[in-house]
Design a protein around this ligand. Sequence first.
Ligand SMILES: NC(=O)c1ccc[n+]([C@@H]2O[C@H](COP(=O)([O-])OP(=O)(O)OC[C@H]3O[C@@H](n4cnc5c(N)ncnc54)[C@H](O)[C@@H]3O)[C@@H](O)[C@H]2O)c1
Ligand SMILES: O=P(O)(O)OC[C@H](O)CO
Length: 376
Amino acid sequence: MPERPHRPDATDATDATDATDATDATGTADAAGSESGEAERTVRTVTVLGSGSWGTTFAKILADAGRDVRMWARRPEVASEIAEQHTNSGYLPGVTLPDNLTATSDAATALDGADAVVLAVPSQSLRANLGHWRELLPAGTILVSLAKGVELGTRKRMSEVIGEVAGVPEDSVVVVAGPNLAKEIAAGQPAAGVFACGDHERAVAVQEAAFTSYFRPYTNTDVVGSELAGACKNVIALSCGIAAGLGFGANTVATLITRGLAETARLGAKLGADPMTFAGLAGVGDMVATCASPLSRNRTFGERIGRGETIEQAQEAVGGQVAEGVMSCRSIRDLAHESGVDMPITDAMFRVCHEGSDPATVGAELLGRQQKPERL
Ligand SMILES: NC(=O)c1ccc[n+]([C@@H]2O[C@H](COP(=O)([O-])OP(=O)(O)OC[C@H]3O[C@@H](n4cnc5c(N)ncnc54)[C@H](O)[C@@H]3O)[C@@H](O)[C@H]2O)c1
Ligand SMILES: O=P(O)(O)OC[C@H](O)CO
């Protein structure tokens, strides 16, 4: 099996196709690149729409990988800070952004001629935001989704929303998933992600564009599983935070992670996902990172609730950033009910976040459910 050649950061984008082979650690052809080892499309210029924690970090990855990156920020002062001072101090304090990353608050300027467009706004605002951008999207551009959520009301996954609003096949959207706490990656700590797309060539093109010395992207073709895994783990992270806030330790958190993954996989299997996806980076990888880390906004939110704070106080604790699980516990619960899938932890989080139920009481009820074999 050929070894992957080392690729230094800030590679000239024109060299990128020479620098990455198609073999992953397990040697499976599916995990990286085309059979020849070269991407058949090259992404040189990328626009990132949304300049919060993950949008800015993902833009930094792309710029460090040698791409020309333009960010769009909703607030002009954030765009100016990124463009002129190469920082985004509100979201990533202490991080210096590369020179080949610029920013504007004008979407038309940001989008002009982009080979790929990364959608980096919260799930519940994606439809409205994309509606404004739809006419500005360059023809043939690759759409990439960073959002981890299920839309309220429609119960659609983000690639479904994007396909519908942008008028493109949903399986042409590249979905980014995996254990990717933004602040760690922005600090250059090693991590891997998974880029899921029904069109493998597109996933490989984005994989090439986001491969650096500290971030290793894999690909897969299971969009349903990758998106559901990313959305569901935010809800389970709320429950782990609540457990911590109530004073419980590692056993309780590990139980919630494991049973949370079981209910996520149950939903995924019902909706056509590959069960193995839940054993990968998008599944167990993201579940463990988010549920265990104090950097997770969802876990932090839950911890505050477990300590007795109100929803409003918990929201303040995450500094105005999005804790997707709070809305997704409702949409995923609705999706599960509609699909006839039992998701008791998600149900419990819905009752705490939206019906005012007491976290300790809900936790006791979860423990006291009818006994059954582990696999169910
Ligand atoms: N932060 C992470 O570590 C991380 C990692 C992986 C995935 N994600 C996912 O990426 C998506 C974006 O997360 P983020 O961390 O960048 O979020 P964030 O809260 O840090 O930033 C959101 C960005 O979207 C913009 N925005 C545009 N329209 C908005 C609206 N109507 N409401 C709120 N914000 C709006 C905000 O101005 C901001 O720039 C989420 O779905 C999240 O789950 C986040
Ligand atoms: O900070 P959170 O809870 O939104 O989680 C961030 C990422 O999704 C972790 O992969």
